[in-house]
Design a protein around this ligand. Sequence first.
Ligand code: AMP
Ligand code: MG
Length: 418
Amino acid sequence: MLSVSDAERLIFDAVRPLHPERNTEVVNLLDATGRILAASVSSKLDFPHWDNSAMDGYAVRFDDVKACSDSEPTILDVIEEIPAGTPPQKTLQPGQTARILTGSMMPEGADTVVMQENTRREGDSVAVLVPPEKPGQFVRRCGSFYQAGNPLIEGGVRLQAADIAVLAAAQATKVRVFRKPRVAILSTGSELVSPEDHLQPGQIVDSNQYALASFLAALGMEPLRVGIVEDNPETLKYSIAEALNWGDVVVSTGGVSVGDYDYIDRILEQLGGDLLVRSVAIKPGKPLTFAQFPKQRALYFGLPGNPVSALVSCWRFVKPALLKLAGLHRGWEPVFVNAKTRVELRSGGGRETYLWGQLLATETGLEFEIPGGSFSSGNLINLMQTNGCARLPVGTKRVEIGETVSVLWVDTPVSHLG
Ligand code: AMP
Ligand code: MG
């Protein structure tokens, strides 16, 4: 049995990111949210494109107004008004100013903007009452944020609203992103039926198929639901072989323990798999199979059938592996945050233990709470609304109320006041 850190290293090292030349597609910018940019993008435009005003006020020559004061204001002639979207028509001469609005182009001859709160308008002239602190004040210089030709946004980042805004401003209306990794999902077990089927005694609903489809889609993968496969070596072998041909990754649940009907590991070996992980000293989720298939260029995760164990294994191992595969350059690793526990946490101490619950964002920092009701890996109901899993290392049997615990980040903490 491998330690969690050894298993993690074997898994993450085996993952090769999608090749940035062979595995990309071009999408419309509005469809690119959440996608991973394949290569860096640069712009032919400087940002800002031209010198412009950061304030509503007056464009001036610094030398004209540097000595003014409330008692001895500088009076300037207002020679034009420069609304947004209209280039200035005139060049400022000494003693002149132009009315300017935020974002408007600076006129020739002006080097500074005085904010309108520091002026008093008097017909066609304006009195400047407070001198600017320095030349260039409130002017956004052409190219001061970004100079044309440099990399604007690097490849390997996941595009979010702010990135989409920058690409739109750079007029990159189409972008090259990594294709979504194909992940085939199989549920193994002769006891399983689909949610829409009539349940017979002894049967259970295949919730894992739905859990995985939802988890993978939210992660930006292309899931393929292969369906339920009974515990029959021939059927399993056929379905797994097909799944490996289609997918970059295959994720199955069930059939990886030591029961009489647990065939997965043997079948993976027969299909040419290189089994790197067979079980991990983790709770929940000890039976975990990870294999690589060099011929099919595919990876295989065999997760425990228990629905709680399956999802916790996904959060701990599958998610980082898939994000690395998907082309994310940085930040694909699991995220752990410190939180103060609101309840006493317990573990057997023999295996690295993950206790699912809620990360709460309070005014004084993150806190962690586990759900009420029966806390058992057999109780799927209890897993609802999980956004973090407290990690108790091997040897830690108790964490007292108020102590700090390391929590695996699953989702955004919920806001919690008081
Ligand atoms: P296994 O890992 O195959 O021994 O399954 C462990 C437990 O998880 C058994 O109680 C199964 O009935 C249950 N289980 C297995 N697969 C699924 C599934 N796809 N959806 C819900 N429960 C499952
Ligand atoms: Mg089973």
